[in-house]
Design a protein around this ligand. Structure first.
Ligand code: SF4
Ligand code: F3S
Ligand code: FES
Length: 250
């Protein structure tokens, strides 16, 4: 019985290690045979095992949950572990996500960017008094809990940040990931921040008014979060709050 051979994949990878003195960015092409059910993550492991042990890329969960394997796949941000090679042409190009600090090859440090953004937006539940842990939380309507849960599915992979043109021009822009967080906390009845507090956080051009509705974020979000409708809602809300605020020129 003859075993059918898989396609020959030609994977071009943008290589560069900023830690290596004298290293220069270059494209390296690796040829590997496609296996049934192969993901880009498996292909990269093959390359590392059989062609070049120095290739850098990140992964933890291999199940689209941790967000660490995000990279530019054929020009678009995506997760290597959830991308089947069968869905791609035989010529595949891979590059690291832009915006974030490059560790080497396809590995970037998203943690620093995400931490700064989370700290700036104080992305946690704020309660007015010290929480009484003996007291039960107020009941929440299942529909509301579901809506909050939907936005909590963000895995901080950075794809929406890498796919957004605004961040290329406005370094401090919090991105769809940050606006999604504010939309999430603003919905949560346990968060006691006022409308003005949220306005202080994202009612400017580094926040919701910086978004130029380029739509790339929702296109590339691997968790299919409703980023567009949430950003549009937040923009309307912040506009209403802004209009009610007393003018500082008076
Ligand atoms: Fe990734 Fe989507 Fe979260 Fe952006 S919103 S970080 S694309 S999961
Ligand atoms: Fe960027 Fe998404 Fe707005 S791509 S400009 S955050 S709609
Ligand atoms: Fe965790 Fe890909 S390895 S999302």
């Amino acid at each position: 019985m003859s075993i059918e051979k898989g396609r020959l994949l030609k994977i071009s990878i943008l290589r560069y290690d900023p830690q290596l003195e004298g290293d220069k960015p270059r494209i390296e092409v690796f040829e590997i045979e496609e296996a049934p059910g192969m993901t880009l993550f498996i292909a990269l492991n093959d390359i590392r095992q059989y062609h070049d042990a120095s290739l850098k890329f990140d992964f933890v969960c291999r199940a689209g949950i941790c967000g660490s394997c995000a990279m530019i796949i054929n020009g678009k941000p995506g997760l290597a572990c959830s991308t089947l090679t069968a869905k791609l042409d035989v010529e595949i190009s891979l590059a690291p996500l832009p915006v974030f600090e490059l560790i080497g090859d396809l590995s970037v440090f998203t943690g620093n960017w995400m931490r700064n953004m989370n700290e700036r937006l104080e992305a946690w539940i704020h309660q007015t008094e010290a929480a009484d842990f003996n007291q039960l939380e107020q009941r929440m309507e299942p529909e509301l809990a579901e809506e909050i849960y939907e936005l909590d599915r963000c895995i901080e992979c950075g794809c929406c940040v890498a796919g957004c043109g605004t961040i290329q021009m406005r370094e401090e822009f919090v991105g769809a990931v940050g606006l999604n967080k504010i939309a999430r906390y603003q919905l949560d009845p346990r968060d006691k921040r006022s409308d003005s507090d949220y306005y202080e956080l994202v009612g400017d051009e580094d926040g919701v008014f910086g978004c130029m509705t380029l739509l790339g974020c929702e296109d590339v979000c691997p968790k299919k979060l409703p980023l567009q409708s949430k950003i549009a809602y937040l923009r309307r809300k912040m506009l209403q709050i802004g209009l009610k605020k007393p003018c500082s020129c008076q």
